[in-house]
Design a protein around this ligand. Sequence first.
Ligand code: IPD
Ligand code: CA
Ligand code: CA
Length: 264
Amino acid sequence: MIRSPIMTVMTDAVMKAARSLKRDFGEVENLQVSRKGPGDFVSAADRRAEQILRDALVKARPGYGLVMEETGVVEGTDKSHRWHIDPLDGTTNFLHGLPQFAISVGLEREGQIVAGVIYNPVLDEMFVAEKGKGAYLNNRRIRVAARREMVDALVVCGLPHLGRGNHPQFLKELTVVMAAAGGLRRLGSAALDLAFVACGRTDAYWERDLNSWDLAAGLVILREAGAFVSDADGGPDPLAAGSVACGNETLHRELLKLLRHANR
Ligand code: IPD
Ligand code: CA
Ligand code: CA
């Protein structure tokens, strides 16, 4: 585990919000059977978790700016630091009682993501990294998988949502990657998709139309775990492009080749 003041601030804030999210997740199961469903309740749970994160982070670092999924951007007096916060990544899973969701908090310093925390409260899995200090899952150091052949690789993707993203482009990419990869998954939480590549559970991942709060924490965790990361077209800045492709050096290269081929 990383013991630094900033990591303590981040993990404390995340654990506090996680208690609220986990309680609400328990309620969601009861609401499934109601005719209205748990939709409004989940939106409230999402906002509650964001408020807890915001309060804790502002209390600990009053000057830092915030980029939050629910509340939007809040400028700070300290222009060199910003939090990127997704209080509930994997909302659809949460809504359906599937325990694949997480809180994601990344810290940007001078335009670079320098620390990240991704936490799944149901499995009690905490992925953390700080630039130059390695990446960890709970107390264990993590590394990207060493698999080198696409035919052996478990690849994760993100499907564009109804009314969002470029569906024809995605279908072309899916067709090409599906024909080359050992297996393909859509797990439903971009933050955990990044974290899973970092710890070697999956081998590669790509997705388009993502936001900074989906990506920030995962990017530093991936890099500290030895992964290669770019945007989905091979560009150097996933945050600016709003897309990502990652894996170990070989599979990242292979995945980009496939995506390029699909978009020819
Ligand atoms: C979504 C999830 C999903 C991804 C979407 C994201 P949300 O975030 O990360 O896996 O495919 O693009 O918007 O809405 O659950 O926070
Ligand atoms: Ca969210
Ligand atoms: Ca998200």
